[in-house]
Design a protein around this ligand. Structure first.
Ligand code: FAD
Ligand code: SIN
Length: 529
């Protein structure tokens, strides 16, 4: 085991991690370590298509108040008004920062920023880049800045596998695995920032790439942090109906914003194509169930060809690769897990309830999105919260902490010896878990299904039987997926109502008063109104 000390450790190189690193380097002279388990740019962020919400003064038709109302309406009673106003007010600064960092947003022929529309937005307020390549262009610009910044050291292909939290609930660092050498390292720090993104891979149908295994949420929960609202999963209505590398290509909601309409396979309209995501997803789910089909159609043929080519070049090409020419033919689509509204409970500055541990981006839960996220609000939240967090940390000035207690030393010792006496078949376990979650804890749930999912989960936990040191990245990811599945199932069982991204067929009504749900490994579940 190697040992090191750093002032700040950021885990994850999506927009939240990269932006935190850049801001922190501007505000502080201390050393920053950025750890990422894949290549620097591989993340959910990279695949963002639709764009980022910009409530900008030039868009005179729009206002913070209108954006907040749309966010709260989509959030189905669980978005926090103050948090929404706080984040919305910071969007103008966030956009101007991104432009300063090299992101080129698309413009109108008159050289003004061009706004698009997505479901449940009352105004055109979404900025995009490269047509439908917003995430790729943001990742490219931010990662170039991080790579050339001498204050930021980067560990690529390095996975955070455990957090060092002492008996007084203070985080002192992290244990990481270098995937190329197989070596472990204990890195001490008084500020560990989780920016590890979402957990879409817990479902067999997802728009998320294979890195999205909920690692940070699982690590923080096991270390004693409170997680919030884990039952609220956003299933995107329109993923291309083909799987590639464990993930499904997204057909952005902005395609519907530009005029495409959903039809059933008989060519009939069956839903409002721009209603909130959860409603469109359920309409598709029930339509497919009733007709016994595995997809519906997204008709893009009414959008002029030149506009389709200019606005959605990547979608056009991805569909062509599957033999679908979207200029002349509708796209076969079906829902897929897309975003987790729940996560590590944090303040709007990224503080968790463990001292020294922070979370930002999709891994965190600030109560901005409530029970259902408004489209393009995630990238905005990542940037707005990262900015606040960097400010907070620079005020504290990071100093490395090395006073490990026996709880931490005991944890480290578990990674110092090998105890492999059995080699689990992780691929088949993972397949079973993901399919079970899709069938029993997916778009439409009920008590019987959720309890069956829990039985399967408990059997898989017993069969996997790797509590601490695993052999490789895939095993650690599976260990985390088991934790995430457990959190989703238990939270879903405890919420006996339907709201936003959580639909119970046995409790289809929404309770009048909305409650957040919390889970922590040293407390029992509470619903707090
Ligand atoms: P991510 O971008 O997922 O980054 C997580 C990082 O953590 C990765 O670098 C990963 O490798 C690393 N990591 C994970 N675990 C570990 C570990 N154990 N050790 C080390 N590193 C680790 N939102 C919008 O607002 N607008 C959109 O248009 C939009 N489109 C989307 C399209 C798609 C296809 C998808 C999947 C999502 C979309 N979203 C969109 C949601 C949005 O992209 C994400 O919520 C957001 O990018 C999350 O950013 P993040 O930095 O929190 O996490
Ligand atoms: C999309 O482009 O449809 C995704 C936007 C989002 O998830 O916010």
């Amino acid at each position: 085991m190697k040992f090191a000390q750093k002032s700040y450790i950021i885990i994850g190189s999506g927009i939240a991690g990269l932006y935190t690193a850049i801001k922190l380097s501007e505000k502080s002279d201390s050393d920053i370590l950025l750890i990422t388990k894949s290549d620097l740019r591989e993340s959910n962020s990279r695949y963002a298509q639709g764009g980022i919400v910009g409530v900008l003064p030039d868009n005179t038709d729009d206002s913070v108040a209108l954006h907040v109302e749309d966010t709260l309406k989509a959030g189905a009673g669980l978005s926090d008004r103050e948090v929404a106003a706080f984040i919305s007010k910071r969007s103008a600064e966030a956009i101007s920062d991104l432009i300063k960092y090299g992101v080129e947003f698309d413009k109108t022929p008159g050289q003004k920023l061009e706004f698009t529309l997505e479901g449940a937005h009352s105004k055109r307020r979404i900025l995009h880049s490269g047509g439908d390549a917003t995430g790729r262009n943001i990742e490219r610009a931010l990662s170039a800045l991080v790579e050339s910044n001498p204050k930021i050291k980067i560990y690529k292909k390095t996975q955070a596998v455990d957090l060092l939290v002492d008996a007084r609930k203070t985080c002192k660092g992290v244990i990481v695995l270098d995937e190329q050498t197989g070596e472990y390292e204990t890195i001490y720090s008084s500020a560990v920032i989780i920016a590890t993104g979402g957990a879409g891979q817990v479902y067999s149908n997802t728009t998320n790439p294979i890195i999205a295994t909920g690692d940070g949420i699982a690590l923080a929960y096991r270390a004693g942090a409170t997680v919030q609202n884990m039952e609220f999963i956003q299933f995107h209505p329109t993923a291309l109906n083909f799987e590639e590398n464990g993930s499904r290509f997204l057909i952005s909601e902005s395609v519907r914003g530009e005029g495409a309409r959903l039809k059933n396979i008989d060519g009939e309209f069956f839903t409002d194509s721009l209603a909130p995501r959860d409603m469109v997803t359920r309409a598709i789910f029930f339509e497919m169930k009733e007709k016994g089909h595995d997809h519906v159609l997204l008709d893009t043929t009414s959008i002029p060809e030149a506009h389709l080519r200019e606005r959605f070049p990547n979608i056009l090409n991805a569909c062509l690769e599957h033999g679908i020419d979207i200029i002349n033919r509708p796209i076969p689509v079906s829902p897929a897990a897309h975003y987790i509204m729940g996560g590590i409970k944090t303040s709007v500055r990224g503080e968790t309830d463990i001292k020294g541990l922070f979370a930002v981006g999709e891994a965190g839960c600030t109560s901005f999105h409530g029970a259902n996220r408004l489209a393009s609000n995630s990238l905005l939240e990542c940037v707005a919260v990262a900015n606040e967090l960097a400010e907070l940390l620079s005020e504290q000035e990071g100093s490395a902490a090395i006073d490990a207690d026996c709880k931490i030393n005991c944890l480290i010792s578990r990674y110092e010896k090998n105890h492999y006496d059995y080699f689990p078949d992780v691929n088949s376990f993972k397949r079973e878990l993901r399919e079970t979650m899709w069938e029993k804890a997916g778009i439409v749930r009920d008590e019987q299904g959720l309890k069956k999912a829990l039985i399967t989960l408990n059997r898989l936990k017993l069969e996997f039987n790797q509590a601490y040191k695993c052999r490789n990245l895939e095993e650690y990811e599976f260990r985390n997926l088991l934790t995430i599945a457990d959190l989703i199932i238990r939270s879903s069982l405890s919420r006996k109502e339907s709201r936003g991204g959580h639909f119970r067929e046995d409790y289809p009504e929404t309770e009048e008063e909305g409650c957040n749900s919390y889970l922590s490994c040293d407390k029992i579940i509470e619903n707090i109104c």
